[in-house]
Structures are given as structure tokens and as C-alpha cells.
Design a protein around this ligand. Structure first.
Ligand code: WQD
Length: 352
């Protein structure tokens, strides 16, 4: 039974910022299939209205879309006036480590000012439950083989700093407003796509993240993968990450709503598999999934990157029983399946 509830019979209603984006749209599917109503707040700068149509195709329910920038306080307040919501899941953010070193101020504006605006407007509207999309990147460079939630916070790039700052604001909001409850989910590397092939990761322009880039090389849209660094202190020299299926991540958000009242204040949980995969190993797994070769070139390290980020996700397993159900082969299979079904992402749908 969810901790987030409405008067007898009504479906609890969740406002999902960034709901037309990659992780947001997959979470809309899981929320709807778990009995929630969903309102997606998205400025469509990276998300797409087509993603919500795909949510409709999968679930039979079309989420309400409010095309709003979370930094626009007046527009956001109007959304809360129009819709009575029981909880918020806050995804809306810029999310590429490399890009954040090129446009740091835009990252702080969207990710930090946007979160501050959302918290203030939600408080005024009496909405006191928030699940926050945080990131393993707050841990920075570490010698630890597995990272639990007590690992030192040491961001190495503006994206990671922006996520840490947002967590801090939410934590203090809960600390000084006793009616506020939050869960911050520090996910590791979400990849994959919905098994239906209808929903997936659709980057704007040149993909910044490795999996959509790999998929486009396999699909013939790009010539070769650029591997950013093969001189890291790892088994094959390329950087190691903990890749986790986006559907597992989405389900983790639904679980978070069930547990948001377990403790006062802000709870923090890592969402990962505990398995590290290097870039070159990920390339090999993708070749296995798509049956095609993927040429690559080794380039210098990308600014802001760290050698290894792998989760110790024991806390969330102990607290809620959440653990990943889908393995690396499924992540690559589903990514490739989405790429084949949607070679130009959602562009063919002619929607913004
Ligand atoms: C992974 C590895 C790159 C592109 C992501 C999200 C972030 C957060 C954590 C959720 C790195 C290398 C990349 C390429 C490459 N997720 N790489 N060639 O930076 O770990 O962060 O997961 O909050 O939002 O961005 O992911 O896919 O960019 O990089 O070699 O073309 O792949 O150097 O080692 P990252 P990524």
C-alpha cells in the first residue's frame, strides 16, 4: 500500500518533472501500471511529447502534460493551482557530465535554481513528499570498489555539484520543515529501453552518453565509438560504471513512494547492480546484442570523468527489497531493439 494516498477510491496523483524524458517517461509507465495518476511537467527541451504518447500506447493512459520550465516560478505555481497532487518525482535536469564542463552555469541554473523553485512552489501548495533523481556522480573519484551511501561526497564536475547542491536543499527543507519527507535516489548508469521497443533514450543532437552513441554506431548513423580514455587504472584501461536497466530504475521510484514515510527527513539510497562494466566490455556486450561490429577509436579522457563508479546497493535491498531484475544483456538487447524500431528516435512522429 503506497504511503501516498487519496480519499477512498481516488488514484493517488504524482507530478513528474522531466516526465517526457528518458527515465521520467519510463517511470510514468510504472506509476500508471501501479495505480497512480501522472502529471508530466516538462519544457520539452530534451523530452518529447511523443514519449508520452508512447506511454499511452503501453499503458492505455495518456499522462497530462504541462509544458513548463521548472525555473519559471509563476508557471509552476499555476500547475499546482490546476492540479492537486500527492507527491512529486523530480527528474527535470541537464544530465551529461561532459557537457556540464562546457556550460556549467546552465547546469546550475536548471538543476539547482530549478530544484529551489520547485521546492518553494510545492511548499506553498502544501505538497510535502518528493522523490529526487540524484546521481552516483556526487561520489566523485574514489578507491572504493563498491560505494555505499556513506561514501565521501566529492563531485568532480558541475553536473555532480548541481546534484549535490539539490540534495542539500531538499535535506535542509526536510530538516527545518517537519511535515516534509523526501527520498533521494542516487542512481548509477541508467541504460536500456522499455521491452516493448516503444520507449527509450532519445538524445538531442550528438549523444553525450555512451549507450545511445553505441546504438547509433551499430545502426549505421555514426562511424565509430570514441572511447574516452584507455589509461585508467582498470582491467582494460577504460572507465568502469555500474549500468542498470532503466525499467529497474523506474520501478525503484514507485517503491520509493511506498516508503517515503518510513522515516522523517530525507532518506538516501543508491540504485545500482553492484557490477562494474568497462566501456570496452559494454561495447562487447552491445556487439553480442546487435550482431554487428562496432569500430572504435581511443581518445583522451573526458574532463570530469572518474575511473570507477560501482554501487553497493545493499541499503535499498535491505530497506525495501529492491534489486535489479534485468541484466546487462537485457539492457543492450532492449537498447538495440529500440534503436532498430526508432532509428531517428521520435523524430518520425513529427512531434516536438
Ligand atoms: C559512461 C562512460 C565515459 C560516451 C551518466 C549520466 C548521469 C548519471 C550517471 C544519472 C564514461 C565513457 C561516454 C562516449 C565514452 N546518471 N564514454 N564514449 O558520464 O557516467 O553519467 O550516468 O543520474 O546523468 O550522464 O555516463 O554514458 O556519459 O559515460 O567512452 O561517447 O563512457 O567517459 O567513462 P556518465 P556516460
Amino acid at each position: 500500500m503506497s504511503a501516498v494516498s487519496r480519499p477512498q477510491g481516488a488514484r493517488p496523483r504524482v507530478l513528474v518533472t522531466g516526465g517526457a524524458g528518458f527515465i521520467g517517461s519510463h517511470t510514468c509507465v510504472e506509476l500508471i501500471q501501479s495505480g497512480y495518476d501522472v502529471i508530466a511537467v516538462d519544457d520539452l527541451s530534451a523530452g518529447s511529447a511523443e514519449a508520452l504518447d508512447r506511454v499511452h500506447a503501453i499503458t492505455g493512459v495518456l499522462p497530462i502534460l504541462e509544458r513548463v520550465d521548472v525555473t519559471d516560478r509563476h508557471a509552476l505555481a499555476t500547475v499546482f493551482e490546476r492540479h492537486s497532487v500527492d507527491a512529486i518525482i523530480h527528474f527535470a535536469a541537464r544530465k551529461a557530465v561532459g557537457e556540464s564542463t562546457e556550460i556549467p552555469l546552465s547546469y546550475f541554473h536548471t538543476n539547482v535554481a530549478g530544484t529551489a523553485t520547485l521546492l518553494a512552489v510545492a511548499k506553498e501548495a502544501g505538497v510535502t513528499r518528493i522523490v529526487f533523481s540524484s546521481s552516483c556522480s556526487v561520489y566523485g573519484e574514489t578507491r572504493a570498489q563498491l560505494l555505499d551511501e556513506t561514501a565521501p561526497i566529492a563531485p568532480t564536475n558541475p553536473y555532480a555539484w548541481s546534484k549535490h547542491a539539490a540534495e542539500r536543499m531538499i535535506d535542509d527543507g526536510c530538516r527545518y520543515h517537519s511535515d516534509m519527507r523526501a527520498i533521494s535516489l542516487r542512481y548509477f548508469n541508467p541504460i536500456g529501453a522499455h521491452p516493448s521497443g516503444l520507449l527509450g533514450e532519445v538524445p538531442v543532437g550528438t549523444p553525450r552518453n555512451v549507450i545511445p552513441y553505441l546504438a547509433q554506431v551499430a545502426g549505421g548513423q555514426r562511424e565509430r565509438l570514441n572511447v574516452f580514455g584507455a589509461d585508467y587504472p582498470t582491467a582494460d584501461g577504460s572507465a568502469v560504471r555500474d549500468y542498470v536497466h532503466v525499467v529497474d530504475i523506474a520501478r525503484g521510484h514507485v517503491d520509493a513512494l511506498d516508503h517515503i514515510d518510513d522515516h522523517p527527513g530525507m532518506q538516501v539510497f543508491n540504485l545500482g547492480t553492484g557490477e562494474g562494466t568497462s566501456v570496452l566490455e559494454l561495447r562487447a556486450a552491445f556487439i553480442e546484442a546487435c550482431g554487428r561490429d562496432i569500430p572504435y577509436t581511443v581518445l583522451p579522457r573526458r574532463p570530469g570523468d572518474v575511473p570507477r563508479l560501482v554501487a553497493d546497493a545493499g541499503s535499498v535491498r535491505e530497506a525495501w527489497g529492491w534489486k535489479p531484475q534485468l541484466d546487462l544483456a537485457a539492457m543492450c538487447r532492449d537498447s538495440w531493439n529500440f534503436q532498430v524500431a526508432n532509428p531517428r528516435g521520435y523524430a518520425d512522429a513529427g512531434r516536438p
